[in-house]
Ligand binder design. Structure first.
Ligand code: SF4
Length: 137
């Protein structure tokens, strides 16, 4: 390997940032036109979160810088604040979550009482500055 290529590789490795997409496969009901994978058996949420936390642990890469976490679905806002916080905390524990990482969650307005609750709780618990909420109709 020539010196220039080696330098480029070490530069890209040291500056590489990853984004983590987390699919939350639950919806209040399955819309007939929707191709996204989701189910409406909400009783499985707890075991899903447990399995997801285990998978994050198994895929742990403490040196990998993560600058975005995106919760998509499905309807991620069907997660409890506690479970969403556990997932973000697990990412922070198993990867190198950047201080200015952006955390985005797709939100169905019908599934939450107060959108500010998500923002305040997650911000305080994981020390992140930005949580964006997208609304789906
Ligand atoms: S992801 Fe959206 S469109 Fe698809 S089933 Fe769930 S609520 Fe319906």
């Amino acid at each position: 390997m020539d010196c220039q290529r080696e330098n480029l590789l070490s530069y890209s490795e040291s500056h590489a940032h990853a984004g983590i997409y987390i699919h939350i496969p639950f919806c209040v009901k399955k819309c007939p036109y929707c191709d996204f994978y989701s189910i409406s058996d909400l009783s499985l949420r707890k075991s899903f979160v447990t399995a997801l936390l285990k998978e994050l642990q198994l895929r742990s890469q403490p040196e990998l810088k993560v600058d975005t976490i995106y919760f998509g679905g499905g309807t991620p806002s069907l997660l409890s604040i506690e479970d969403a916080s556990k997932i973000v905390e697990s990412v922070a524990h198993n990867f190198r979550l950047m201080d200015n990482a952006q955390i985005t969650m797709e939100v169905n307005p019908g599934t939450i009482k107060d959108i500010n609750t998500i923002n305040e709780n997650n911000t305080k618990r994981v020390g992140q500055k930005t949580i964006s909420c997208l609304t789906l109709t």
